[in-house]
Design a protein around this ligand. Structure first.
Ligand SMILES: NC(=O)c1ccc[n+]([C@@H]2O[C@H](COP(=O)([O-])OP(=O)(O)OC[C@H]3O[C@@H](n4cnc5c(N)ncnc54)[C@H](OP(=O)(O)O)[C@@H]3O)[C@@H](O)[C@H]2O)c1
Length: 309
């Protein structure tokens, strides 16, 4: 593996995942640059994050994806660019891709994905182009010949797991639980900090060049029936399972207006269609994070559920 620590630009470091990416970049001794929009320091939470990153050695650069000149200045200082902007804005990376191409100094680009693999999902007819936009960015990166790694981490633990996959709830149920489909299809959850650690490990690694880094850590891949079992063992009580068959879930998705139905669409994708796990990882186009980086200590689902007791 390349011993030299690349200089990294992180776009989106005041956000949820982006902050952890910047923290781990610094923790793993990468010279770390953070693109900061004008408005961010006015928000006390974001200002605190920026202060903390700066205290740890990050260089803050004023700029945004809307300001091409600022992007050129920032990209020219680094060798790796990681973007972690929200999914609804991913097409705004088009200008970034053009800047990266013209700068010619970037040896790895990690675009904003951090979910299920947009080239593998089986729900593209119903997701309001959520994954199509991410796939479009992939095609552009590849057409421009920009070296890349795509991070396919599946669900972040803060998404859906705090409610044990119950739309509308914030905490896991202790009496009755809805189980979608037959409850036997496995999905993947990975904690934000762990996604960040695996991402930073991958960005200088020749084994992940022009590949998808999938995260399927042992202890983090479970069906809904298994999740319920783990939770029951923790609370020392059996739950009443209410099975919601596929056609009923599809009907609920149809009846619920966008974007309120997106949670159910992601549940359908992961726990009914099996979009996180239905395919084997092809070693020509992908690699699995825990196999490449066995030393990264990650939180298991069982450990995460322990924190909800
Ligand atoms: N798999 C999952 O379960 C899951 C769940 C949630 C998110 N995600 C993925 O994680 C990634 C990041 O999402 P997030 O929820 O962490 O995002 P977030 O918390 O909303 O943070 C967004 C960040 O992007 C920055 N940003 C937005 N537009 C920008 C622009 N035009 N120029 C520069 N910076 C811009 C924001 O800056 P300001 O502070 O200046 O606004 C902020 O730092 C996305 O790819 C998303 O799909 C995955």
């Amino acid at each position: 593996m390349d011993e030299k620590k690349s200089k990294v630009l992180i776009i989106g470091a005041t956000g949820n995942l982006g902050y952890h990416l910047a923290q781990f970049s610094l923790k793993f001794s990468h010279p770390t640059f953070v693109l900061v929009r004008d408005s961010a320091p006015n928000d006390p939470v974001k200002a605190q994050k920026l202060q903390s990153l700066s205290n740890c050695g990050a260089t803050l650069i004023k700029g945004s994806l809307e300001d091409e000149k600022s992007l050129v200045g920032a990209v020219k200082q680094v060798e790796v660019v990681i973007c972690s902007i929200p999914s609804k804005h991913v097409l705004e990376q088009m200008v970034l891709i053009r800047v990266i191409k013209e700068a010619g100094c970037i040896k790895r680009f990690i675009p904003s994905e951090f979910g299920a693999d947009p080239d593998r999902i089986q729900i593209s007819d119903m997701d309001y182009n959520f994954y199509l936009r991410k796939a479009e960015i992939r095609r552009l990166v590849e057409a421009e010949g920009i070296p890349y790694t795509y991070i396919s981490c599946n669900f972040l633990t803060s998404y859906l797991l705090p409610s044990l996959v119950q739309p509308g709830l914030k905490t896991p149920p202790r009496d009755k639980i809805r189980v979608f489909g037959d409850g036997n299809v496995k999905a993947v959850f990975v904690k934000e900090q762990d996604v960040a650690a695996f991402t930073i490990c991958s960005m200088d690694d020749p084994r992940t060049l022009n590949k998808v880094l999938y995260l399927r850590p042992p202890g983090n891949v479970y069906s809904m029936n298994e999740l319920v079992e783990i939770w029951e063992s923790k609370i020392g009580k059996k739950l009443e399972k209410i099975y919601v068959p596929e056609d009923e879930l599809l009907m609920k998705i149809k009846e619920t207006p966008y974007p309120d139905n997106m949670q159910m669409i992601f549940i359908y994708s992961a726990f009914v269609k099996g979009d996180h796990t239905y395919f084997d990882i092809d070693s020509h186009s992908g690699a699995e994070g825990t196999q490449l980086y066995p030393n990264v200590k990650y939180a298991t689902i069982s450990e995460f559920l322990e924190t909800l007791l």
